[in-house]
Design a protein around this ligand. Structure first.
Ligand SMILES: [Zn+2]
Length: 249
């Protein structure tokens, strides 16, 4: 998942950890390969240390999940004409206030959603073509991210609309019409849940992860359009260490 400065700054007043995240977001350049790639993120800035030494990092392989009867995330997302941003790391749709997710008894506000290619999480070692992350925050700085795998298949109107507007270079383009973000998650699916981190610097371990088991289908041409801008923007899989992955309905 990724956070941009705007989303972070919105949360600063009620969110002490977001202040440090915002400073980190202004920090050194990082990328997905080479000298400033994932293997080196922890060395690029003192604020990125968790990327190297954290023990609850994301993404992970969602294998060996334990069946659990946790309350399913309740989503209250409003259709919006999102501002679609190319932020140099991904294509991201910034949300206006008014959309929420209720996860683990807490209410989180939707800040943005964005995409990775290939998927960041894996199931039994297998990644899919892409993954979408819906990033929510609450006072105190805790985040809840709802993730969904994406694979080539039937066209998806919401994703097609986002990719049609997506700037090829760093920039912003507001959609002409609202889209319904629920189109980007599967209608019926079990969901994995675990405690992890941002998958990009500063890799802060503040994320309640919720990832649907079943993928959503999007047109192969839309995946190609994303990959023409970002051919590879997924962090390598991280060790589970002493964590549990739960799966529920
Ligand atoms: Zn992400």
């Amino acid at each position: 998942m990724m956070l941009d400065r705007r989303a972070l700054l919105l949360g600063l007043l009620s969110c002490p950890i977001c202040a440090s995240l915002a400073r980190a977001a202004e920090g050194p350049h990082w990328s997905f390969e080479g000298a400033d790639g994932p293997a080196h993120w922890g060395d690029l800035d003192p604020g990125f240390k968790a990327c190297a030494v954290g023990s609850e990092q994301s993404p992970i392989d969602l294998k060996g999940a334990i069946k659990a009867d946790f309350g399913r995330a309740a989503l209250d997302w409003k259709p919006q004409a999102y501002a679609v941003v190319n932020n140099g790391h991904t294509i991201q749709a910034n949300a206006k206030p008014g959309s929420f997710a209720r996860v683990g008894g807490e209410t989180y506000a939707l800040q943005q959603f964005h995409f990775h290619a290939p998927s960041e999480h894996a199931i039994d070692g297998v990644r899919t073509a892409m993954e979408v992350h819906f990033v929510h925050s609450r006072a105190g700085g805790q985040l809840a991210v709802i993730g969904a795998f994406m694979k080539a298949g039937a066209a998806n109107a919401a994703f097609a609309t986002v990719m049609k507007a997506a700037p090829r270079h760093v920039g912003e383009q507001t959609l002409e019409r609202p889209i319904d973000p629920h189109q980007l998650i599967p209608a019926k699916s079990a969901i994995y849940r675990y405690e992890g981190s941002l998958t990009t610097p500063p890799c802060a371990e503040v994320v309640d992860w919720n990832v649907f088991e079943r993928p959503v289908e999007v047109a192969a041409s839309a995946i190609t359009a994303f990959r023409a801008i970002y051919p590879m923007n997924a962090r390598p899989l991280q060790p589970l260490n002493r964590r549990f992955v739960l799966i529920g309905r």
